[in-house]
Write a protein that binds this ligand. Structure first.
Ligand code: ATP
Length: 234
């Protein structure tokens, strides 16, 4: 198992947000965490990455207990986080944004070097000298993913990547997810776009009010209209 989350409880101040959340992601899998607005998807991602460390429970990554480690240490162990709000550096060029990702990973020589990244995201190659802030939402999302990939992660946490993107860009994003999977990157995705998520994932969890309410294969969930109606806005 590449990632094992065991009974984590996470708080913001006194507010108890996650209740005994457990989930597994196997090497090479794409697993999606579904749930409505405010269900606890982002908090789960932040807890795994160490940005909002859980008060109890364990996060085991590649067999190592990373609970409570600083996020940059978790990143150096091979976990990449693509936050929902796409925190690119607006005043830096696209290329300089990628350099930040490369240095952040310890500057090692990577499988995902600049040539491969630009080959994978040709649009970023065209825009490499443009300032990040001038990019469209979809281009910024690509840049955030590219910046994470260049750090050569074994596991990528993708937090609601399709949010706010036009349908054609969402389709492109799905293509990138499929290709990353083929390249052996393990992905934990969080999504509200159920149709998109199920198309590109192997397994699914549903979080509701900070509790895991469902886990199963995508094929099972696709058939389960009752569960989808109860916990997802579909
Ligand atoms: P969204 O689609 O809105 O990102 P989500 O499923 O990712 O939803 P979270 O962002 O994890 O949900 O939020 C879970 C709960 O935690 C919500 O009730 C939210 O109001 C609360 N919350 C989130 N961030 C904070 C914070 N910094 N301080 C206090 N409460 C917070």
């Amino acid at each position: 198992m590449q990632l094992e989350v065991r009974n984590i409880n996470t708080f913001y101040g006194l507010s108890h947000i996650l209740f005994d959340v457990s989930l597994d992601v196997d090497q090479g899998e794409v697993v999606v965490l579904l749930g409505r607005n405010g269900a606890g998807k982002t908090t789960t991602m932040r807890s795994i990455m160490g940005l909002t460390p859980p008060k109890s429970g364990r996060v085991i990554f590649k067999g190592k207990d990373v609970t409570g480690l600083a996020p940059f240490r978790v990143a150096r162990l091979g976990m990449g986080f693509v936050p929902e709000d796409r925190r690119i550096f607006p005043d830096l060029t696209v290329h300089a944004n990628l350099e930040v990702g490369h240095k952040g990973s310890g500057g090692k020589t990577n499988k995902w070097n600049y040539d491969r990244i630009y080959g994978f995201f040709p649009r970023l190659d065209e825009l490499s000298n443009r300032r990040g802030g001038t990019l469209s939402g979809g281009e910024q999302q690509m840049l955030t993913i590219a910046r994470t990939l260049i750090g050569d992660p074994d596991l990528i946490l993708l937090d609601e990547p399709s949010e706010g993107l036009a349908p054609i860009v969402v389709k492109m994003l799905g293509g990138f997810i499929d290709t990353m999977k083929r390249e052996g990157v393990t992905i934990l995705l969080s999504e509200q776009n159920v149709k998109f998520a199920l198309k590109h994932s192997d397994r699914a969890y549903i979080v509701d009010n900070g509790h895991i309410k469902y886990q199963g294969s995508v094929a099972e969930l696709e058939k389960d209209e009752d569960i989808k109606k109860r916990y997802l806005a579909v």
